[in-house]
Write a protein that binds this ligand. Structure first.
Ligand code: SF4
Ligand code: SF4
Length: 478
């Protein structure tokens, strides 16, 4: 069996080489889970984060119920492939628009991270908000800390654990409903809730699975979602630079750390300000020591700032041994040079947003797509005519139902056979119809012939789509 030293080089007492210390902040050196019970540190940042968290929880819950232009503020209807954002619905035919929107979103994240570091993780991410301001406080309220739990009888501990589980299940049910409302809409959700599960078996299973995942995440997996699963933390090394804002420890001021003998005067230059009390470590929700430098596991929650400020207040030393600052500022490096990413990101962001707005303004109220029919490219009939089967797809982006008239232009000798003409398309839906074009074979001199499909409605929408009919290469003499 291998043994591991707390720090330093790997060593082995058996056939396996042991790792040189703890590999994950949430794993003991023997591979078992290291359960974290971060101790909250009251302070100005915790108060501000708590207020922000409660506002965000209210927003997360309310957004699916809010309406703009008669539509949900946000609805990501994946099965129907329709995405409604701030009163505008996007369809699969809006790929380029959505591409620019996504690009702008990513560039916005890059810019915010370059300037403010992981402010999203520590202040606004639903994982942090619900775990640190709902689940963990309730757990502390019901079960108490380790010292209190140890004093209780085993019956009392079991009872409290069962109560906690019941509360967590209820909270997970609420969270699953809130989360799914963004994807199925509040109307569908109210049917799922008020009607028998037998009427919505798929919805019921989706809700059960989502509730189970929420319970697993907030009850068991917890901070590992940030330190192991979430890709955002792993991008930090490229998204941050040495002048990005982060939570950091001022090693120049704090070192040499240690529990100094009382007789050593405070001003003695042999002592640093860090008294190695560990307050910043026991409060950390991801189980790391901020004094080890910038780490991927640090979600910039600021709890170590509040903890250390309280210690400094007691010792009557200036606050800010652990503080918001850049790596350069904490290291005392001078500010020099241009941060090119702060020039490039805003320029690219403006370009992406500009392209999105222009395309949105120019967007037509409907989109017509003309596709070749399935099966053989064309058919020759006994009277010498050529028949092409064509699929015409119309996406109605408008808020009202519409009927689209289909006409053929550019080939007067040809006959258009359209079983559904006009084609009815419900508001914000797509419909597809098959049409047939019958034309004399003699028109297909080079094996094809260009025509134009004109599609228009009563609201003024009028589109022309070019299409190449196929036929015999030598006008019917094959
Ligand atoms: S809370 Fe401050 S003084 Fe205490 S160990 Fe952390 S950095 Fe040092
Ligand atoms: S090191 Fe400090 S800021 Fe980072 S996660 Fe831990 S307590 Fe939060």
């Amino acid at each position: 069996m291998s043994r591991v030293g707390a720090h330093g080089a790997a060593r082995s007492t058996g056939p396996f080489l042991a790792p040189p210390g703890r590999v994950l902040s949430t794993m003991n050196e023997d591979g078992s889970r290291r359960w974290l019970e971060p101790k909250p540190s009251p302070g100005r940042f915790l108060t501000a984060r708590r207020i922000t968290a409660y506002i965000l929880i209210a927003l997360f819950t309310l957004i699916p119920y809010l309406r703009m232009n008669g539509k949900p503020l946000i609805l990501l209807d994946i099965p129907a492939r329709r995405f409604t954002l701030f009163g505008t619905t996007f369809f699969p035919t809006d790929t380029v628009l959505l591409l620019f929107l996504l690009l702008a979103l990513f560039l916005g994240i890059f810019l915010v991270t370059a300037v403010l570091g992981r402010v999203w993780c520590g202040w606004a991410c639903p994982q942090t908000v619900y775990l640190e301001f709902v689940f963990r406080p309730l757990e502390r309220l019901i079960e108490g800390d380790a010292r209190r739990r140890a004093k209780r009888t085993s019956a009392s501990r079991s009872l409290r654990r069962a109560l906690k589980l019941a509360v967590f299940v209820l909270l997970s049910v609420y969270l699953a409903h809130t989360f799914l409302a963004y994807f199925v809409g509040t109307e569908a959700l109210s049917h799922w809730v008020t009607e028998s599960p037998a009427e919505h078996p798929v919805g019921f299973v989706v809700m059960l699975v989502t509730t189970g995942l929420m319970l697993l995440d907030f009850g068991l997996f917890r901070e590992q979602s940030c330190t192991v699963v979430c890709p955002y933390g792993r991008f930090q090394s490229v998204l941050l630079d040495r002048r990005s804002l982060c939570v950091g420890y001022d090693a120049r001021r704090g070192e040499p750390r240690g529990k100094h003998p009382k007789r050593l005067p405070l001003a003695d230059e042999r002592r640093g300000d860090c008294v190695d009390c560990g307050a910043c470590v026991v409060t950390c929700p991801t189980g790391i020591d901020i004094r080890d430098g910038l780490q991927m596991e640090c979600v910039h929650c600021t709890q170590c700032i509040d903890a250390c400020d309280a210690v400094m207040d007691k010792l009557k030393r200036p606050r800010g041994l652990v503080r918001y600052g850049s790596q350069d500022e904490l290291a005392g490096a001078p500010r020099t040079g241009v941060r090119w990413r702060l020039v490039l990101y805003p320029l690219l962001l403006t370009a992406a947003l500009g392209a999105f707005v222009v395309l949105l303004v120019l967007r037509q109220p409907a989109k017509v797509t003309v596709l070749r029919g399935l099966g053989t490219p064309f058919a020759l009939t006994q009277d010498g005519s050529v028949t092409n089967q064509i699929r015409i797809k119309v996406a109605n982006r408008g808020a009202a139902d519409a009927s689209y008239h289909i006409e053929l232009e550019g080939l007067p000798e040809a006959e258009l056979i359209a079983p559904e003409n006009p084609l009815f398309v419900a508001a914000e839906h797509s419909a597809e119809t098959s049409v047939f074009v019958v034309a004399p074979a003699a028109l297909f001199k080079m094996g094809s012939r260009e025509v134009v499909f004109r599609v228009r409605d009563e609201r003024g929408f009028d589109a022309r789509e070019r299409y190449r009919l196929l036929g015999p290469a030598a006008g019917g003499r094959r």
